[in-house]
Design a protein around this ligand. Structure first.
Ligand code: FMN
Length: 206
C-alpha cells in the first residue's frame, strides 16, 4: 500500500502542464502502463465507451494544434491521447448483450440487465453525452497514474470539435471526440495549485 501522504504528493505533482520538453520521450513500457490504466477504468454498466488514439506522429500534431486553440501542449507533448466515445456501439444490442453475457451470469439475469440497460439508455437525453462522460473517467486515470510514474499531462477540451473529428477521421454518426490528454515531461516548474477549501466542498451528513 502507498501511504496517504505520498498519494497526496502525487496529486500535487499532477498539474495541467502547458509546455512539454520536446527532447524527452516516454518509454514504451510507461506508455503501455498508462493506457492500461485507461483500459481498466470504470464505466457505466461496464460498457467501456471509449477507444484511445495515441498520436505520436508530429505531422498530425502540427495539423491538430491550430484546431486546438493553438495550444503548445499539442505539439510539444510526446504522446497525445485522443479519447473517443463510441455512442453508436453502446446502443447496439449485439454489443451490449455480449458485454453483459461475458460476465458468466445466467441467461435470465443477463436478460434483467439488458432490460434495465435499455430502459436506462432510452431515458437518456443524449447517449453521445453520456458516453463522453465515461471517457473523462479514463482521462482521470491517465492523468493520475501518469503522475505516479513521474509523467506530466494536460487534459484538453479546448478544440474545434467538428474540425478535430474530421482530422482524426472519426465517423460522427458512430463516435465523437471526448477530450485529449497530452503526455510528456514538463519544461517549467508547475504553477501553484488553487483549490477551494476542504470545508467549502465537502459536507458530512452523519
Ligand atoms: C476536462 C478538462 C479540460 C481541460 N481543458 C484544458 C485545455 O484545453 N487547455 C488547458 O490548458 N487546460 C485545460 N484544462 C486544465 C484545467 O484548466 C486545470 O485542470 C485546472 O485549472 C486546475 O489546474 P491543475 O490541473 O493544474 O491543478 C482542462 C481540465 C479539464 C479537467
Amino acid at each position: 500500500m502507498i501511504d496517504q501522504e505520498s498519494l497526496l504528493d502525487i496529486l500535487h505533482f499532477r498539474h495541467a502542464c502547458k509546455l512539454f520538453d520536446e527532447g524527452k520521450k516516454i518509454s514504451k513500457d510507461n506508455l503501455t502502463f498508462i493506457l492500461e490504466t485507461a483500459r481498466l477504468s470504470p464505466s457505466s454498466f461496464g460498457m467501456e465507451h471509449w477507444r484511445f488514439i495515441v498520436i505520436k506522429n508530429q505531422e498530425l500534431k502540427e495539423t491538430l494544434r491550430p484546431l486546438c486553440w493553438d495550444q503548445p501542449q499539442i505539439t510539444t507533448c510526446d504522446a497525445l491521447v485522443a479519447i473517443v466515445a463510441k455512442h453508436e456501439l453502446v446502443s447496439t444490442p449485439s454489443y451490449y448483450e455480449a458485454m453483459f453475457a461475458r460476465r458468466g451470469l445466467g441467461a435470465d439475469v443477463v436478460q434483467v440487465y439488458i432490460q434495465k440497460y435499455e430502459n436506462y439508455i432510452n431515458a437518456l437525453p443524449s447517449i453521445k453525452a453520456w458516453s463522453q462522460k465515461q471517457c473523462y473517467l479514463a482521462a482521470s486515470n491517465i492523468m493520475n497514474y501518469s503522475a505516479m510514474i513521474g509523467i506530466d499531462s494536460c487534459p484538453i477540451e479546448g478544440f474545434e470539435r467538428e474540425n478535430v473529428e474530421k482530422a482524426l477521421g472519426i465517423d460522427t454518426t458512430k463516435e465523437s471526440m471526448a477530450l485529449f490528454v497530452a503526455l510528456g515531461y514538463r519544461v517549467n516548474p508547475q504553477t501553484p495549485k488553487y483549490r477551494l477549501a476542504f470545508d467549502e466542498v465537502v459536507e458530512f451528513i452523519e
